[in-house]
Design a protein around this ligand. Sequence first.
Ligand code: SF4
Ligand code: SF4
Length: 124
Amino acid sequence: MDRSLEELELIVRNRICSVCTDRTVHGECGLENPDECSLFRLFPQVARAIQSTNSDRIDDYIEAIRKNVCAVCRNEEFDGTCEPRREVRCSLDAYLLLVVDAIEEATGRKFAPLAQSGNVEIRL
Ligand code: SF4
Ligand code: SF4
């Protein structure tokens, strides 16, 4: 199913912001500067990375995000580390499973409910 980038972003915003711990009780983004949210600041790259990956392994999506999004994100250091990621402050990293699921569902693809990351198995 073809979706415009704007449609996809709206779907992901509805899905992720509603569960994000940075959301205020009034339903707004609680970041001092909401434009700092890496998930939406780099949404075109996020959508492209997810849509160009077709796998039932979350590790493949993580790899695509690291390669296509983190690599151009201003928060990533030269050695590939990222302070917001380490401190669980990047909503893209923290909610990646949900982001992948939302985009796959919105575009008519099926992300297998069993996702594996390292030794941890996660069931959606
Ligand atoms: S930090 Fe990002 S995901 Fe969280 S509420 Fe703000 S815009 Fe939404
Ligand atoms: S994990 Fe770090 S480098 Fe990757 S998008 Fe988030 S803030 Fe940027």
